[in-house]
Design a protein around this ligand. Structure first.
Ligand code: GLY
Length: 324
């Protein structure tokens, strides 16, 4: 017959084989309590995307699987003109997509300026998992996708083509904030094992120059994940985000002890310092999630929203803005 101590040791050994136990032990050793799964994503279309991610996260799934599955919703939605299929084309009529992913181990994958493939976040994951590289662009990225079973799809829907032909009549490049500028879904998730992953996927700025790439596929600009600290993503005018290495800056501010919202505010203010005059064509928003499951956002112009899904929340939140 086993003594009480032996029984406790036995139970402890069995518990330690579970992934949850591993995460629990890690959390305990860093004096955190496991915050439970949570997913956040940019804009109101993040609500639907979060729902898809939650099917995985809410069942104890991996954060990376959740974010890829979540953003697949707007990527496939022909009515969403800023992500994936149905995205507005560049000035020459090509729909070109950008995306990247990062996981809890600091692995990263990215694709840029890809045509004819809908699920570019999944393609970026494939680059991360199946190649020795971080980033593939253009023809090479498309070729890699087709070789790996991604279907070839014409991304230009009749309604996006109609809008582009209308735009060609004046061909003025002046994006409208929060309409043509809500150009990305960035999604960040913390799973029940306490691990973070993120992704960012977009068709980029409407009517951009052919070959233009924004912040979304650039690790450190449109997305950054550090499993010790948190995850951050951005939306809006990518050029301004690239110039301040935006998402990496947000992570470093959180590492220094700032809350997700404060960290995002500092990144926004760095952009505003270079562009002090309020412009209705310059919107940037940052969204961050830390290791404790706390989230926050900040943007230049009023109007940026983000969606949150956890065991206790399923809501859309207005990001605070620099300009009213
Ligand atoms: N933030 C997306 C882009 O500038 O392309």
């Amino acid at each position: 017959m086993k003594t009480r101590r032996e029984l406790l040791q036995y139970a402890g050994a069995a518990f330690a084989t579970l992934p949850f136990a591993k995460a629990f032990a890690q959390a305990k050793s860093s004096s955190l309590t496991l915050p439970g799964p949570i997913v956040v994503s940019t804009w109101n279309f993040g609500m639907q995307a979060n729902e898809a991610a939650w099917k995985i996260l809410g069942n104890g799934g991996h954060a990376l699987d959740a974010v890829i599955s979540g953003v697949a919703v707007p990527e496939a939605d022909p009515k969403n003109t800023s992500v994936g299929y149905g995205g507005l084309p560049d000035r020459d009529g090509h729909v070109t997509l950008d995306a990247c992913v990062m996981d809890e181990n600091g692995n990263a994958g990215s694709v840029a300026c890809v045509e004819n493939i809908v699920h570019v976040a999944a393609l970026a994951r494939k680059v991360m998992e199946k190649t020795p590289h971080v980033m593939l662009v253009g023809e090479g990225a498309q070729q890699f996708g087709l070789a790996n079973g991604f279907p070839k799809t014409n991304l230009l829907t009749p309604s996006s083509e109609k809008l582009w032909r209308e735009w060609l009549k004046t061909a003025q490049y002046k994006p409208i904030a929060n309409i043509e500028n809500h150009d990305t879904i960035g999604m960040l998730a913390l799973d029940s094992a306490g691990n973070l992953s993120g992704t960012c996927t977009t068709s980029g700025m409407a009517y951009k120059m052919h070959g233009r790439v924004g912040d979304s596929p650039l690790i450190g600009a449109g997305l950054y994940v550090d499993n010790e600290v948190g995850a951050a993503t951005s939306t809006g005018v990518g050029e301004e985000v690239i110039k301040i290495c935006g998402s990496h800056l947000v992570i470093e501010q959180m590492r220094a002890g700032r809350s997700p919202e404060e960290a995002c505010r500092i990144a926004v203010e760095r952009i505003v310092k270079k562009n002090p005059v309020k412009r209705d064509d310059l919107q940037v928003g940052f969204l961050a999630l830390n290791k404790h499951g706390e989230h926050g956002a900040y943007c230049i112009l009023k109007g940026f929203q983000y969606a949150v899904r956890s065991n206790s929340q399923n809501t859309l939140i207005d990001g605070k803005s620099h300009f009213a």
